[in-house]
Design a protein around this ligand. Structure first.
Ligand code: COA
Ligand code: AMP
Ligand code: ZN
Length: 437
């Protein structure tokens, strides 16, 4: 591999628009035929009265119904696969036990292709085999763990699977192993800086850090610049989601001006989340993705619920793959806290299991000591609020049950009935007061 080459997959990365579209159509046809191995898509196509051969060009894609998170839940765990289970080698599942979580299956080839996409992203921002890559993602089911691990290894970097938490140890790894590239979510990068300051460590003087890969939660351009300034690094926005495999879907190049989405893997549509019609070029809407390079579980027109737009114009880096603007939010009520996705309904369903609790609750997200936190205030039924020991035991039980469900530890506050503010009409369930760095 020529380290001076700007591209990891030169041929694919520099394809012109016509080349990209030709490849997409070829891969789309293969994907549609392949999807007929899945009972789910066979039924979907039959219900819609279409056959794969009706999709003659990329515009015809719109004839295919959308696939949603609910479809993944309804077919839990393996109903959406397009290959036999014995040919699948890994799955990643979302959190949650109350409703059906979602599961994404991968074949051996899928994992190789995923690693290739991540390696391509990291190479694009200047990572080379002599770099030391430290990953502060959760491992296990969080795709940011194994996803970056295999991509960084494929690129050839020495890879430090530090995993989430234990900030002092993360910092020790920087200094001991000479970490040059760090993957962290933006709020955790700020937390790391805070702890470095407490320890009297100057990232510029005492570490070799120069590249930060940040993603998994929405953040502004100002946040990026502040984090770059804090740590003395260049920070690149990384977008991905478990349904598409994980990280490696879209990534900024050195221009730091939008994230190239790999169109040899995905067909991109931006639709109005209410009408589900395409938005005019360059306008914000919901990102809809069709996988065209996946074997175990291709997804057609998957509604990501992420709001973004396609940036107009050419990128000076020589890649013609479309660029997505940074994410503007979601078209559903999903919360992302500490890099973990949480739906308020998951919290509600846990609270409802406790007979002592009334139905009103309020979730407050706050930053304390550069640590994002969640507080859940919940009204009690007519229970004796003076029985301190009983209340404490109840709080502990709720906290523990919630931790099982949403994977983070919330603070629980039990409050008297009718004490939470009531808004006109729909109750406000989530207050987001998190610090923007
Ligand atoms: N990544 C890495 N570490 C994180 C983190 C994140 N997103 N969010 C918090 N942490 C750190 C905290 O700073 C704390 O370490 P410290 O006290 O040494 O500084 C430690 O993790 C525990 O955090 P705490 O808030 O006490 O625990 P919790 O029970 O509420 O949350 C986590 C548990 C952090 C393990 C859970 O939120 C997690 O696994 N997050 C990572 C998710 C992830 O990787 N997403 C990326 C997908 S690409
Ligand atoms: P997960 O499936 O756990 O990897 O979470 C995927 C979700 O995280 C996406 O659908 C987005 O909502 C969010 N996300 C991932 N990357 C980014 C990013 N760079 N900016 C904003 N949100 C992101
Ligand atoms: Zn570019």
């Amino acid at each position: 591999m020529n380290w001076n080459c700007e591209y990891f997959n030169p041929e694919i990365e520099t394809l012109d628009r016509a080349g990209i579209k030709k490849l997409q159509l070829e891969r789309l046809h293969n994907t549609l035929e392949h999807c007929m191995q899945s009972e789910f898509y066979r039924n979907r196509f039959a219900e819609a009265g279409i056959k794969p051969s009706d999709i003659k060009n990329l515009e015809d894609l719109r004839k295919i119904p959308f696939t949603t998170k609910q479809d993944l839940r309804d077919t839990y765990p393996f109903g959406l696969r397009s290959i036999p289970l014995e040919d699948c080698v890994r799955l990643h599942s979302s959190s949650g036990t109350t409703g059906n979580p979602t599961v994404i299956l991968h074949s051996k080839r899928d994992l190789e292709q995923w690693a290739n996409a991540v390696a391509r992203c990291l190479w694009m921002v200047g990572c080379r085999p002599d770099d030391v890559f430290q990953n502060s993602s959760g491992y296990g089911m969080f795709t940011g763990g194994l996803g970056f691990q295999y991509g960084a290894e494929l690129l050839g970097m020495l890879t430090v699977p530090a995993a989430a938490g234990n900030t002092l140890r993360q910092i020790k790894f920087f200094t001991d192993f000479g970490t040059t590239v760090l993957h962290a979510i933006p709020s955790y990068a700020a937390r790391i800086y805070e702890v470095m300051c407490e320890q009297g460590i100057d990232p510029r003087r005492d570490t070799k850090l120069r590249t930060l890969v940040i993603g998994a939660e929405p953040h502004s351009e100002d946040t990026r610049r502040r984090i770059e300034e804090m740590l003395g690094v260049k920070a690149y926005n990384s977008f991905g989601m478990s349904e598409m495999c994980g990280p490696g879907v879209a990534f900024e190049c050195k221009e730091q001006n939008g994230m190239h989405i790999w169109e040899d893997y995905y067909i991109v549509e931006i639709v109005n989340p209410d009408t589900l019609e395409p938005v005019p070029d360059g306008e914000v809407g919901e990102l809809v993705l069709t996988t065209i390079n996946r074997e175990a579980m291709p997804l057609l027109r998957y509604r990501t619920r992420d709001l973004t737009r396609i940036l107009p114009g050419e990128c000076p880096c020589g890649r013609h793959h479309l660029r997505l603007d940074r994410m503007k939010g979601r078209s559903d009520d999903m919360i992302i806290l500490k890099g973990v996705n949480i739906f308020p309904i998951q919290i509600e369903q846990v609270l409802m299991q406790f007979k002592e609790l009334a139905s009103d609750y309020l979730i407050t997200l706050e930053t304390r000591d550069n640590n994002d936190t969640m507080r859940v205030e919940v009204e009690m039924k007519n229970v004796n609020l003076d029985d301190y020991a009983a209340l404490q035991a109840l709080e502990k039980a709720i906290r523990s049950r919630l931790k099982d469900e949403i994977l983070i530890t919330p603070e629980i506050r039990l409050v008297p009935k009718n004490s939470l503010p009531k808004s006109e009409g729909k109750a406000v369930r989530v207050k987001d007061l998190r610090k923007q760095y």
